[in-house]
Ligand binder design. Sequence first.
Ligand code: HSE
Length: 404
Amino acid sequence: MTKIAVLGYGTVGSGVVEVIQTNRDLINQKTGDSLEIKYILDLKEFPGSPIEKLIVHDFEEIVNDEEIKVVVEVMGGVEPAYTFVKRSLLAGKNVATSNKALVAKHGAELLAIAKEKNLNFLFEASVGGGIPIIRPLNTSLSADDIEEITGILNGTTNYMLSKMYHEDADYDAVLKEAQMMGYAERDPSADVDGHDACRKIAILSSLICGKQVEFEDIYAEGITDITLQDMQYAKAMGMKIKLLATCRKNGERLGAVVAPCLLGKKHPLYNVEDVFNAIFIKGNMLGDAMFYGSGAGKLPTASAVVADVIEAAKYPRQSMMTVWSEEKMVLEDKSERENRFFVRVKGTEALKEELEQTFGEITVIKPEGVEGEFGFVTSVMKEGDFERGAEKYPQIQKMLRVKE
Ligand code: HSE
């Protein structure tokens, strides 16, 4: 029997209990052993609940119990999760977590401790919720040099942008709706400002370059400035606006950015709608691959956590290989990154000739019904060159990167 402790009985923690209960026979069969939840750590009591007797309030009880072989950390946030996870590993316990903030900040260090101790620190659910992506990168795709990952990694913003596009609902209305549906928090900034997607792409970036990519070094823009007028332009161009988190190798360098982008119809991420997430991968041997599914939610996320628990229970003393050192990866400056740029400008198309002298050949976009302004798309150019050119035009009101 493998005894486990769950740290946190919130949405994901209660999901972990539900997954283990619902699929008990199947899980035990796959583990080759039976899983038993011995403790659930939470500040609250849960009187009358079937898990009432499992609740403890003191982490010491868990870390000092030699019977506990796997600790499931689903509390969220960096502290006290970091202290609890580190102490669990140092005490010889495997750890499975869904906590992207913890993994993005301390993943390399916690993996090194796990390796040293011949244990596993597993974090499948930290990116893409229920979508398998961490294990595929570490195993199935290990023969490839992964050159690019582009993902829709935040369900809340994808839901909001989908509603704005398809239902012509404005930003404030869709935010309220996302909050009512339970997708967005009362303080939605982690999602709408791009911080959540940024931590997730930092984890994926670290895994593809094998070094520590700090999320603070990644340029991140959210969706708060996206308007229905932007959607009108997107429709006129046969494109959609999606919050994309991208990392791309450029020789020895790595560029990473989170920003709302115009996405062309041919891109595999174009049809990813509502709360769904998807991760597009380009490998030097594999070519293109895409992983799609539920990127959040109680049961999908818990399913990924429990799969990690099964893995840890099957191989309790065998550290799985994950190349992610604490050496810091210096990211390519965003001014070096090449893109086509979509720009909205006040005024009339009479400005085209002058704009072409600055930006080179441009394509003008004029959606039906839009007055007093127009849009244009540049050819591929460096972001630094675009920014220098744009400084000359106070008429510019909006820029979005274009991904085809
Ligand atoms: N707030 C996140 C999202 C949840 O909307 O995708 C999963 O990290």
